[in-house]
Design a binder for this molecule. Structure first.
Ligand code: HSE
Length: 432
């Protein structure tokens, strides 16, 4: 019988890596008591070993050589915390082929190459766990794979990017400008190295792709996800939305209609009384609907070294169970091709809209706008004309009933061409 000792090799000794290393070194006894397994951090690898990481690691455990970790026959689990696609992909695939199980926090890698990697892990009877790749410390992957394993999922609405949520919350609660709020988020260390991944909605789309694979059995190409970021959202629109009883959130939305999946990321108006609407600051939340459990909301810290460490440690323990007991606690992540056959085109999405027109204040303008909307099958649910803010220009703000995206875009391009319209109209989709 094998001993209860599980050896771990860590590749990537940055903020998260050093936090995981510190936890493993300081809590070996605690984990032994709680799990009956002895988790031993054996090697830590990084290309820079000179920086002070705030954790004392014996020199003999440190290496710059990735192969030393991957080729070490004693290492059972490789924890990949390098980030990005290369060389993370090569590290993960090589580790699997050398018989290691893998834990990764790498959402970009899994969202783009997940199918191949999961397939490879499955072929080799190895495990790859990735709880930290989505929503930091919230155990959403475990909840979908295990806690709700008997369910058929119908929709996911997620606030999946803490930086964007922090920015939108600051703009909404304090009237802070987009630029100032972004600067503050960066100062607090929430943003990705390249903040455009956060504010352009890409980080959310990577996370949504992973959740959709798990919930709907569908590997979605990142290019098939409609993505719009928050850079064009103004404090004024947030204010107008509030007056209609809505808040603006950057949402990742995936909905199933039979064998068709709708999947998109964009700023969204949500009724202020929804629980999801009260998720403020850097927090993440995922609202799920499924046939057995009904509606569920998961809420917590979506980033930061400690919540991420929590997720990584949980993955290590699950793999430890597989190693010792021979059975993985989670369902497989190989896509199920019988479930979803088609991704709905954005043009065919049906939703409600908030629209803000900047128009000349003269008789007949509102009638012209309403006429063009009507001609494209778009029905107005409510409309407000605001006081002038600039000479001769008035904001006309409306909410529509449900309409097809294609019709809305066609109506907007006709309306934007009217001589009475002085700025590009603002459109934000709405969930109810
Ligand atoms: N930059 C991400 C966010 C955290 O702001 O949510 C890591 O996924």
């Amino acid at each position: 019988m094998r001993s209860n000792k599980i050896n771990i090799g860590l590749i990537g000794f940055g903020t998260i890596g050093s936090s995981v290393a510190k936890f493993l070194l300081e809590n070996r006894g605690l984990l032994l008591k709680r799990t009956g397994m002895d988790f031993n951090l054996k090697l830590v690898c990084d290309k820079d070993l000179s920086a002070n990481r705030g954790v004392n690691i014996p020199k003999s455990m440190l290496t710059k050589d990735i192969d030393r970790v991957i080729n070490d026959p004693d290492i059972d689990i490789v924890v990949e915390l390098v980030g990005g696609i290369h060389p993370a992909k090569e590290i993960v695939l090589k580790a699997l082929s050398k018989g290691k199980h893998v834990v990764t926090a790498n959402k970009l890698l899994l969202a783009s190459e997940g199918e191949k990697i999961f397939q490879r892990a499955g072929d080799l009877n190895r495990e790859i766990y990735f709880e930290a790749s989505v929503a930091g410390g919230i155990p959403i992957i475990k909840a979908i794979r295990e806690g709700m394993v008997g369910n058929r999922f119908s929709s996911i609405l997620g606030i999946l990017n803490g930086t964007s949520n922090f920015i939108l919350s600051s703009m909404s609660n304090y009237g802070t400008s987009f630029k100032a709020a972004l600067k503050e988020a960066q100062g607090k260390g929430y943003a990705e190295r390249d903040p455009s991944l956060d504010i352009k909605g890409l980080d959310s789309s990577h996370k949504l792709a992973i959740l959709s694979l798990l919930a709907f059995g569908k590997k979605v190409d990142l290019d098939d996800i409609y993505v719009e970021g928050i850079e064009d959202i103004s404090t004024l629109d947030i204010q107008y939305a509030k007056e209609f009883g809505y808040v603006v959130k950057l949402l990742g939305i995936a909905k199933r209609y039979g064998d068709e999946l709708e999947i998109r990321v964009h700023p969204t108006l949500l009724p202020s009384e929804y629980l999801l609407s009260s998720v403020s600051g850097v927090y993440n939340a995922i609202f799920i609907e499924a046939d057995l459990v009904g509606k569920q909301l998961f809420y917590g810290q979506g980033a930061g070294k400690l919540p991420t460490t929590s997720a990584i440690v949980s993955d290590i323990i699950d793999i430890g169970n597989k190693i010792i007991c021979g059975k993985s606690p989670a369902k497989s992540v190989i896509p199920d091709k019988s479930e979803i056959r088609k991704i709905r085109k954005m043009d065919d999405v049906i939703t409600r809209y908030y629209v803000h027109f900047s128009a000349i204040d003269k008789p007949g303008v509102l009638a012209k706008i309403a006429d063009l909307l009507g001609k494209h099958n778009i029905s107005i649910a409510s409309v407000v004309q605001k006081e002038r803010r600039e000479a001769h220009i008035v904001p006309i703000v409306m909410l529509t009933h449900e309409a097809r995206e294609k019709d809305m875009q066609a109506a907007l391009s006709s309306i934007n061409r009217l001589s009475a319209i002085k700025k590009k109209s603002v459109v934000i989709r709405l969930e109810k």
